[in-house]
Write a protein that binds this ligand. Structure first.
Ligand code: IMP
Ligand code: MG
Length: 177
């Protein structure tokens, strides 16, 4: 097994700040903070850095979480999206940004967007750090996209291989060897 750096810590940090600015520009100010809806567990580091980059731009946000699974420990997606933890507050009338680590087949985010739209948020947008366009099966449009990457298995900065490497501070390609 070996790890090959794909996106450095500094590049991730730089792009996260840019994405925070894109988010701020996209929402019209209201008295309610925007809801950053992190998808557990992969989005934790990105959500954390993104939320503080938003604060630096005077944008207040509320942190909420959902956990879904379409993934079974190994390196292939199952195709079934299961809600393991739902939101515990209402999103009606609110500006919501779904924060995800990676857009792969698109099944997770397509499903979530449909599910959440029914709850009548004021706006519903998707922010993903990574996207593998060549792996797409279901068409999903992410309003905010950090980096497009090749169709290879990556770990780090929240992304895991069987629950490992989430705390790697950068994005690396996982080579089985
Ligand atoms: P999708 O539903 O196929 O778009 O899958 C999205 C989910 O699959 C992500 O939230 C990740 O948890 C997982 N995933 C997809 N590609 C990778 C990868 O390269 N490394 C680690 N997890 C991945
Ligand atoms: Mg995962």
């Amino acid at each position: 097994m070996s790890l090959e750096v794909l996106i450095s810590e500094a590049e991730v940090a730089r792009r996260t700040k840019e994405m925070a600015a894109e988010i701020v520009a996209s929402v019209t100010a209201t008295d309610q903070p925007i809801i950053l809806l992190g998808i557990l567990k992969g989005s934790v580091h990105f959500l954390s850095d993104l939320s503080r980059a938003l604060w630096a731009l005077d944008c207040e946000c509320q942190l909420e979480f959902m956990q879904v699974s379409s993934w079974h420990g190994e390196m292939a997606s199952s195709g079934i999206v299961q809600i393991k933890k739902d939101l515990d507050s209402s999103i009606e009338g609110r500006d919501v940004v779904i924060v995800e680590d990676i857009l792969d087949t698109g099944r997770t985010l397509a499903h979530l967007r449909e599910l959440l739209a029914v709850r009548r948020p004021k706006s519903l947008q998707i922010c993903t750090l990574l996207s593998k366009p060549d792996a797409r099966i279901v068409d999903v449009n992410a309003e905010f996209l950090g980096f497009e990457i090749p169709d290879e298995f990556v770990v780090g900065y929240g992304l895991d291989y069987d629950e490992r490497y989430r705390n790697l501070p950068y994005i690396a390609v996982y080579h089985q060897d």
